[in-house]
Design a protein around this ligand. Sequence first.
Ligand code: SD4
Length: 315
Amino acid sequence: MWGIIATWSMSLDSLITAGQELDLETTAADTVVSAIRQVEDFPFYKSVGYGGLPNEEKEVELDAAYMDGDTLSVGAVGGIKDFANPVMIAQRLSQEKVNNFLVGAGAEKFASAHGFQRKNMLTQRAKKLYEQRMKELSKKLAPYTGHDTVGMVCLDKMGSMVSATSTSGLFMKKAGRVGDSPISGSGFYVDSQVGGATATGLGEDIMKGCLSYEIVRLIKEGKSPQEACNQAVFQLDEQLKNRRTEAGDLSVVAMGKDGQWGCATNIKDFSFVVATADSPKATVYVANAHGMQMRIEVASKQWLESYFAKRSGSN
Ligand code: SD4
């Protein structure tokens, strides 16, 4: 058995390749890192890697993480600037015995010392969108819209599982703000003996429920990945609404150690991509909550065209 699941339709191309690799017995580690690199390198995705939108100070600060489900090793970077592939730095950090999660200047120093590729991550398009948003903000528009973190959970033929994330976080965030994506248990978690999960949405709220760990915990208790995703997301959504009047965006995908998968969301039209040994063609699904259940449908051609047109336009 093998399988890979990823947040958002932007992962489609990388999952087509990932599926082929996993079928040829490439490890989950290699597959996930190259799949996320592909998303990081694509300049038109505004919320990951090159082309990611900047913080309030017009600087692109990136968060990323990598977790090995066999050893439970975790590596992560927060608020790193000017490096092309934060996920690779996170993977490298996961091999250290200590100092696994580095932020800001310390993370950049580590990355330089280990030969990772430097790159100015602020594209002309991101600059233009920043100027545009500054104008809108002077008319009092909300700053934190538009965010699509890439998160993946992968199972290889040898039974090893890996999870990883990469993001530029929230557009117009404060300098130094770190979201859930590099935080173990919140943005991601994986245990090869159980399964893994990864989250996307408003990091500040995802962290309040340690959402990814909660899903893996529920799978361990015997829930299917779909049941675990539903329970974790709907409960946190309700809790936040009861205690704080509103809940931010919460979306998750998960995969069990047997390749079964699940997804839950509290937003409209959350998209994700899956490929498994049973269903090897990487497929984009669109999920919407209906009461306490999810309605998950294969994305239509039209839906996909509109998704990619929106992302590759100038705004
Ligand atoms: C964050 N969770 O930094 C990330 C943003 C995100 O889809 O997932 N966007 O809070």
